[in-house]
Design a binder for this molecule. Structure first.
Ligand code: NAD
Length: 448
């Protein structure tokens, strides 16, 4: 099938490259000419494991352009994969609207049937009430006759996006009518054994929010328990959660007696807060949508409230040991919102670093992937951005682990090598608490 993907960010580009890998002819569209040029050269514009290989391998079937109208005219199906951030805690649909209008006017010049699929995460009702009318108005064509409409939310996780796209856990296919659904089924024909939910547009949109809200709730639940453990003292949340995970509801025992932990348990773990371009903004957008529908969402509001306090828990551990942060040398380890990505959107590292700087601490930082992004967010040398772990901790009085990069398993050795035994604050409860003498952690407190 000839497919155009509008928006070549984390989702659009991985989708485009993944569909090319599955045999489709794909045209990736973006307004950012530099990004388009990179993709056309087979270069990934951001760090995502395996993406560059996929781009190179599929160059014969993968084009990139800034010319949206041509991409739509020359394809049978267009996917909208533009960003849907929140603005004042409500979903900002301006990029989706602009893309729908532009696709609509291109459709007005097309004689053949075309299907428009919304892949961006949009609140329930958006495809029907916003995208479809814009397409109809701009094209002066009839939905369900001249063009089809579908919703196909994406569940990939940055850092493992290529694998997630090529081997998804589910396919959510929301469609206006049978012909639109048939187009989606044809698009995913090479994903034979994947569980599908075929439904209407609004239900498909809601599934994405329900799924993300559940994960965010699991994280904030664990953080709330962790914060109580810290306050009580003498209780280690890591052991508490280990005990919780052992429940038969969270650990499956196979007929051979093997104990298997579903990946949900990774979300039932304490940390310094959830971030990224999805979970926080999706929960906020759903809360606002609920409010608009006369259904305040008290539980999800609490999920956000707990999350917003979480970076402060890390700083509180530092403050207990060092009541005055002015002049304190703090190494922040990890700036990305999760490992294996360069994405810093909503990363808890940002409020942690900003607060440290505001209180006069001297901050050094190291992240294996965030390079340019970190320089953009922390300009003018406000933070000393280091090229490796050893340089970041060399002069530190304390080190704060913010992102679960595997490389940080070396942190205890790197701290010992300084010869000064700086305090280690494990904001992710990633390291063994006995592996270093001055270990403090979320949900554990300070060393005795
Ligand atoms: P992103 O910001 O990385 O990418 C969006 C891209 O769209 C940008 O490159 C931008 O230049 C481009 N764009 C904007 N308007 C355009 C237009 N009119 N024409 C062409 N290009 C345009 O965003 P993302 O992280 O890929 O997210 C996209 C959508 O997917 C969002 O709705 C998000 O919630 C959802 N989603 C994201 C993830 C994730 O892990 N990032 C996972 C699942 C779903």
């Amino acid at each position: 099938m000839r497919v155009s993907v509008i928006g070549s960010g984390y989702v659009g580009l991985v989708t485009g490259a993944g569909l090319a890998e599955k045999g489709h002819d794909v045209m990736c569209v973006d307004t950012d000419a530099a990004r388009v040029a990179a993709i056309a050269r087979g270069v990934a514009p951001f760090y995502e494991p395996g993406l560059e290989d996929l781009l190179r391998r599929n160059r014969p079937r993968l084009a990139a352009t800034t010319d949206l109208a041509r991409a739509v005219r020359e394809s049978e199906l267009s996917m909208i994969a533009v960003g849907t951030p929140v603005l004042n805690d409500e979903i900002d649909l301006s990029a989706v609207r602009a893309a729908a209008r532009q696709i609509g006017s291109a459709l007005g010049e097309k004689q053949t049937y075309h299907v428009v699929v919304v892949k961006s995460t949009v609140v329930p009702g958006t495809t029907e009430r916003v995208v479809l009318p814009l397409l109809a108005e701009a094209s002066r064509r009839e939905p369900g006759v001249d063009f089809g409409v579908a919703t196909n939310p994406e569940f990939l996780t940055e850092g493992q996006a290529v694998q997630d796209f090529l081997c998804p856990d589910r396919l959510i296919l929301g469609a206006l009518d049978g012909r639109s659904l048939a187009a989606l089924e044809a698009l995913y024909a090479n994903f034979a054994s994947v569980e599908r939910v075929c439904t209407n547009l609004r239900t498909a949109e809601m599934i994405k929010y329900a799924a993300n809200s559940l994960l965010a709730t699991a994280i904030s639940f664990s953080n709330e328990i962790a914060n109580l453990c810290t306050a009580l003292g003498g209780v280690d949340v890591a052991e508490v959660m280990q005990g919780v995970h052992a429940s038969k509801y969270l650990t499956v025992t196979t007929a051979e007696g093997e104990r298997l932990r579903p990946e949900l348990v990774a979300f039932l773990w304490p940390g310094c807060g959830l971030g990224g371009g999805c979970l926080p903004k999706d929960v906020k957008a759903l809360i606002a949508h609920g409010r608009g529908a006369g259904r305040p969402m008290a539980l999800l509001q609490a999920v956000i409230d707990v999350n917003e306090q979480q970076p402060e828990q890390v700083l509180a551990l530092l403050r207990k040991q060092f009541p005055v942060l002015t002049g304190l040398r703090v190494a922040v380890l990890g700036l990305a919102f999760r490992p294996e990505t360069s994405d810093m959107r909503e990363s808890p590292a940002i409020p942690i670093v900003r607060q440290l700087v505001a209180e006069g601490a001297r901050v050094s930082a190291f992240d294996p992937a965030t390079g340019e992004e970190a320089r953009r967010i922390f300009p003018n040398g406000t933070v000393q951005l280091c090229d490796d772990l050893a340089s970041a901790v060399r002069a530190a009085d304390a080190a704060v682990l913010v992102t679960r990069w595997e490389a940080f398993r070396e942190l205890p050795d790197a701290l010992r090598a300084t010869g000064r035994r700086p305090l280690l604050v494990d904001g992710r409860r990633m390291l063994d608490k006995t592996a270093y003498e001055r270990y403090a952690g979320i949900g554990l407190g300070l060393p005795e």
